[in-house]
Design a protein around this ligand. Structure first.
Ligand code: URP
Ligand code: ZN
Ligand code: ZN
Ligand code: ZN
Length: 463
């Protein structure tokens, strides 16, 4: 078993910052010690002087190869996990999809078939329930036993992934009984579909109308409803991709009452806005996702929520569609633009920039990008921290390197960058996944098939 010694770096975790030597033994972190205090020998020494030594990122929301709007998200597990590694993420939790009318098991098997043997980094699955009924409810405990311990329900997309309130309540009751965690896509899809139809009838077909019809109030309303349903079911709740200030207020109010309610936001809501959706010449299609990008004024509430722990996690909702041939399906009808943005490679860097911009502290960066998602989704203590016994998923991060984000240089399998031309300070230098070097001083040296499926523990509250 190879031993690796990382010297000279500043170790940053969600709780501490200290200069230390970090010894990796095989797949695990073996020990940390004060610089120069030990005579450790190792097969490989990594000099991290002037750099941070941080836990590998945990991206709890990705969609590799997701079927959507008659096409498929353009990153495979092979290309998407490689891009994740380039961006300092060493674990993803992707969403397996139950095909409507079939068993959850069928969706889970399909996702294993896509991912197994193809990933550069470790991966786990949530389950999207497209069809809550007696039979799928009965399947939930079996999935939990296999380490698929969270279930996403959609209050949006009627006729596709949508569940009604009764279905959501039943799934929450079942999850509460088995230790599963219900995640909701909280938008009132029934009302939104009416507004979509009316907009199209008026001739409002451009991408910016996607943002306008998916009203912030309808996100807040669904968030409120999901919280009350979870309360009735006495189950915890995790709301994905929160974008509206009014939705943050609902989560904050619930948490102030002591309810086990949690929220995630994504870099696109923190760094992009409805202005991007309004870019001329159908460029706005590049920014179509749901929940939608909001007017800039919403961003302050998201940053505040991340500081006050009313939002706990930043995931990417990585769901790339190429502009050419995929986003273009919605020319002349915004409702036909496949929903989703690329970003799995950009999250750690954008959030580091947020540290420099004074939005969050360095430790909070690691909390929201590594530690909190690991705890929330049953990956702690293996993932999300630098500690003896944890998986040796370690990133050497250069906080001074300046880079310009661009489709020319990124590694995601998509023909545009949502952050084209944006300059950020901070860059991943070296990445280890369970002790194996995947990125070596900005060269990819990993391999498809190194990444393993990680069965997750059940949700613990308080955790
Ligand atoms: O627009 C998005 N977010 N696409 C992915 C599916 C989802 O709702 O998370
Ligand atoms: Zn230092
Ligand atoms: Zn969603
Ligand atoms: Zn998603």
């Amino acid at each position: 078993m190879a031993r690796t010694l990382i010297t000279g770096g500043l170790v940053v975790t969600a709780s501490d910052e200290f200069h230390a030597e970090v010894l990796l033994d095989g797949e695990r972190i073996a020990a940390l010690a004060a610089p120069g205090s030990q005579d450790w020998t190792a097969d490989r020494v990594i000099d991290a002087a002037g750099k941070y030594v941080i836990p590998g990122g945990v991206d709890a929301h990705t969609h590799m190869e997701l079927p959507f709007g008659g096409t498929f998200a353009s990153d495979t597990f092979e290309t998407g996990t490689r891009a994740a590694a380039w961006g300092g993420t060493t674990t993803i939790v992707d969403f397996a999809v139950q095909p409507k009318g079939e068993a959850l098991r069928v969706g889970l098997d399909a996702w294993h078939a896509k991912a197994d043997g193809n990933c550069a980094i470790d991966y786990a699955f949530h389950m999207i329930m497209s069809d809550v009924n007696e039979s799928t409810l009965r399947e939930m405990p079996g999935l939990v036993e296999q380490g698929v311990t969270s279930f996403k329900l959609f209050m949006a997309y009627p006729g596709v992934f949508y569940s009604d309130d009764g279905q959501i309540l039943r799934a929450m009751q079942q999850a509460g009984d088995t230790g599963g965690l219900i995640m909701t896509h909280a938008e009132n899809g029934i009302a939104i579909d009416v507004l979509v139809e009316q907009a199209l009838a008026r001739g409002d077909t451009d991408p910016r109308h996607h943002g306008e019809v998916r009203r912030a109030l309808l996100e807040a309303e669904a968030t409120h409803r999901a919280i009350q349903l979870a309360r009735v079911a006495e189950a915890p709740l995790y709301v994905v991709h929160v974008s509206a200030e009014e939705a943050v207020a609902e989560l904050t109010a619930a948490r102030d009452q002591g309810l086990p309610v949690f929220g995630e936001t994504c870099p696109q809501y923190l760094f992009l806005s409805a202005d991007n959706l309004a870019e001329p010449g159908f460029e706005g299609a590049k920014y179509v996702c749901s929940t939608p990008l909001r007017p800039k004024e919403h961003q302050a509430a998201l940053w505040r929520g991340l500081r006050t722990d009313d939002l706990q996690v930043v995931s990417t909702d990585h769901c790339p569609f190429c502009f050419t041939g995929q986003k273009e399906l919605g020319r002349g009808d915004f409702s036909k633009i496949p929903n989703g943005l690329p970003g799995v490679e950009n999250r750690m860097d954008l959030l580091h920039q947020a540290v420099l911009d004074g939005h969050i502290s360095r430790r909070r960066w690691i909390e929201i990008a590594c530690a909190a998602p690991a705890r929330m989704f049953g990956l702690h203590p293996r993932k999300g921290t630098i500690a003896p016994g944890a998986d040796a998923d370690v990133v050497i991060y250069d906080p001074h390197a300046v880079q310009t984000l661009s489709a020319e240089t990124h590694h995601m399998n998509v023909d545009y960058s949502a952050y084209e031309g944006r300059t950020v300070t901070g860059q991943v230098e070296t990445v280890l996944s369970r002790g194996e070097v995947v990125i070596d001083r900005r060269t990819y040296v990993g391999r498809a098939g190194h990444g393993r499926f990680v069965p997750r523990a059940t949700f613990q509250y308080p955790g």
